[in-house]
Ligand binder design. Structure first.
Ligand code: NAD
Ligand code: UDP
Length: 320
């Protein structure tokens, strides 16, 4: 199959491109590099892989047949979408419209990368797909949350009005190699701080929870959902929930760091207090569940980030 991956030069997108190539497909990655990098796809030297530098909030023209569109383009880290709130709203709305238009033109299916943020600061834990969420339209996170909520509604409209086979994956916090070192998310922040001997910055009291899923597991869930018949949203994430304080201690232990933990004010409002996916639907419908245990995934991620930090330091000193 010839698959399009919007956001293909990003963290999750680059892993998806790798997986699709490994499964024998042709891949066209489309990305404007606003938060991604060609470094993420530089290793994909394969005649079946193409890269198209383009902003999908503008009309997408692509020659030739397309068999499936994976629409992942969007800033995803709170630091990124706070820096680019308008671009985030545009890619969730206009970008999703264009991606759906491409799928309609090519007569193929589309998977939309949605997020656990559609649940906002949830009042039920864990969150099943049937929960409608608790989102502030005017809060700082609103640009991302509402863009994804609108994206989901648009996808459902295309499915109902035009009969496009669409899939919606609600991704929960995903981590792994190739996350940008300074994207501001808690995983790269704590690992870089621990490795560099800097203080680990907990925002708020550290009692808020997150559930971290290794990227290979997320991508596997995405591929299974794409090839399934499920037309309604499916949560993909790891139910292994922990507080941010516990996570800071885990990172200190796994890196062997002697850094201190410090507390800072929350940089955004509406920071979800708890987040844990209910994955009953993914288990039942897709036979999917996360396979990579927390420590194994974190050690792989720490090794990758240590190496990149060393390379950066060496480049800074003119050594490479
Ligand atoms: P990322 O920032 O690494 O990747 C996003 C990619 O989209 C980047 O390469 C960026 O340059 C590209 N992009 C953004 N706007 C674009 C535009 N207008 N046109 C073309 N390309 C554009 O983020 P990620 O973590 O890889 O997230 C990928 C997708 O998964 C996003 O849609 C995100 O909302 C979703 N998601 C991720 C997580 C997570 O924990 N990583 C959780 C929930 C949802
Ligand atoms: N966080 C933190 N210190 C940091 C970065 C993030 O305490 O240096 C907290 C953040 O406030 C949130 C959680 O860690 O409660 C996860 O943040 P992240 O930015 O990774 O993503 P989110 O799940 O909020 O989208």
């Amino acid at each position: 199959m010839r698959c399009v991956v919007t956001g293909g030069a990003g963290f999750v997108g680059s892993h998806l491109c790798e997986r699709l190539l490994a499964d024998g497909h042709e891949v066209v990655a489309i990305d404007n590099l606003i938060t991604g990098s060609v470094a993420n796809i530089a290793h994909l030297r394969d005649p079946r892989f193409d890269f198209f530098h383009h902003d999908v909030s503008k009309f997408i023209y692509l020659a030739g047949a397309v068999d499936f569109v994976f629409h992942l383009a969007s800033p995803a880290s709170p630091v990124d979408y706070l820096e680019y709130p308008i671009q985030t709203l545009k890619v969730g709305s206009l970008g999703t419209h264009n991606a759906l238009g491409l799928a309609k033109e090519k007569g193929c299916g589309l998977l939309f990368a949605s997020t656990s943020e559609v649940y906002g600061d949830p009042l039920v834990n864990p969150q099943p797909e049937t929960y409608h969420g608790n989102v502030s339209t005017t809060g700082l996170r609103g640009c991302y949350d509402e863009a994804k909520r609108f994206g989901e509604a648009l996808v459902m409209a295309y499915q109902r009005q035009h009969g496009i086979p669409t899939r919606i994956i609600r991704i929960f916090n995903t981590y792994g190699p190739r996350m940008r070192l300074r994207d501001g998310r808690v995983v790269p922040n704590f690992i870089c701080q621990a490795v560099n001997g800097e203080d680990l910055t907990i925002y708020g009291d550290g009692q808020q929870t997150r559930s971290f899923c290794y990227v290979d597991d997320t991508v596997d869930g995405m591929v299974r959902l794409a090839w399934s018949q499920e037309a309604l949203p499916v949560n993909i994430g790891n139910p292994d929930e922990r507080t941010i304080r516990q996570f800071a201690e885990d990172i200190l232990r796994l890196t062997g760091s002697r850094s201190q933990i410090v507390y800072q004010p929350m940089p955004t409002d509406n920071d979800p207090q708890q987040r844990r996916p209910d994955i009953t639907k993914a288990r039942t419908l897709l036979g999917w569940e996360p396979r990579v245990p927390f420590e194994e995934g974190m050690v792989r991620t720490i090794d990758d980030m240590r190496r990149r930090l060393r390379d950066e330091a060496a480049a800074g000193k003119g050594l490479s």
